[in-house]
Design a protein around this ligand. Structure first.
Ligand SMILES: [Zn+2]
Ligand SMILES: [Zn+2]
Length: 327
């Protein structure tokens, strides 16, 4: 595919700009320019570094435009690689920033005091059987992000020019997908990726049942359908339903594996994660790097909390959380 080009002009007045994610296995995040009567909407904007800003300017120039043509930024969710540069772009003159209420609240809670958020996150992992050495440095995903107030809060079913907002909670509480009413394609953010499996974790800042929300959101976008998928990472692909089915099957397999582990007796989230295969290559937990292990524990927790929300598992606190299957 065209993975080394900076931009690809897609049909229907859409331009894909590959914004760099230096040092990250994802390699890039797609910013999408969507032509409107008054200029362009930019969907997702990369994290807050000079090389991303430079790539965005270069991408706009390749498309024969400048930043002045960008009238609004729509952020699919508050993660640093989608939202981090938004403040910089507003200061450079982009008039509007649009975000779902749930992610504005989520971002405000985490980014108001990132060091404190990290401390709470470390305690949470410890409580779930995965003690971590407290760090005194701000994590990269905070450093490359910036809490920037949206000029407009958007909700499910609203129109942003030719785009229709579909609220898809799960990956974050306020994640949105956007249906292009002109071409029938769907911008899926991090909700539907291929071949990457989107991360759905239960971290300290989560409430409720993110995995249950994610599964319902997958079913929802599958039922809406699309003539093509424009994901935030990787390349556009045609068949939304095929990928939705694969992701639903993946989560179901994962659940079976976790229930099997719990059949052997009560376990912490880390205790369960240690007995599961990880990555597409089925690596043992012990072979993952520490950062990846934290994600594995958070993903396992999302499953355990989903089982608990469905009254299929219970949680006990004996100095740390342990999960058991309900009889
Ligand atoms: Zn994300
Ligand atoms: Zn992302």
């Amino acid at each position: 595919m065209h993975t080394d080009a900076l931009t690809t002009a897609l049909e229907d007045g859409i331009v894909q700009i590959r914004l760099p994610m230096a040092g990250n296995p994802m390699r890039h995040i797609n910013g999408y320019l969507v032509r409107e009567d008054d200029g362009f909407t930019l969907i997702d904007c990369g994290w807050k570094t000079d090389d991303v800003l430079a790539a965005l300017h270069a991408g706009l120039a390749e498309a024969g435009e400048t930043l002045a043509a960008v009238k609004r930024i729509v952020v699919t969710h508050m993660h640093f690689d989608h939202y981090g540069l938004a403040g910089t772009l507003l200061r450079a003159g982009v008039p509007d920033l649009l975000l779902h209420a749930k992610d504005w609240e989520f971002a405000s809670r985490i980014l108001a005091d990132p060091l404190e958020a990290d401390r709470i996150s470390d305690l949470w992992l410890g409580r779930n059987g995965f003690p971590v050495e407290p760090s005194h440095e701000e994590a990269e995903h905070h450093r490359l992000n910036e809490l920037t107030e949206p000029t407009r809060i958007v909700a499910d079913g609203e129109r942003i020019g030719r785009l229709l907002v579909v609220w898809t909670p799960g990956h974050t509480p306020g994640h949105i997908c956007l249906v292009d009413t002109q071409s029938g394609r769907m911008f899926t953010g991090d909700h539907v990726l291929d071949p990457v499996t989107p991360h759905v974790g239960f971290w300290a800042e989560h409430r409720g049942d993110p995995l249950g929300d994610y599964i319902a959101s997958l079913e929802r976008v599958g039922s809406i359908g699309a003539s093509g998928v424009l994901p935030a990472h990787g390349e556009p692909f045609p068949d939304l339903q095929r990928r939705v089915d694969e992701l639903l099957a993946h989560e179901a397999t994962r659940e079976d594996q976790i229930v099997d582990v719990l059949h052997a007796g009560p376990a912490s989230a880390a205790g369960v994660a240690e007995r599961l295969p990880w990555t597409r290559r089925n690596k043992p937990f012990a072979d993952l790097g520490e950062f990846h292990q934290q994600f594995a524990v958070a993903e396992t927790l999302a499953h355990l909390e989903h089982l608990r929300a469905e009254s299929r598992a219970g949680r006990h606190d004996d100095g740390g959380y342990r999960y058991t299957l309900t009889a």
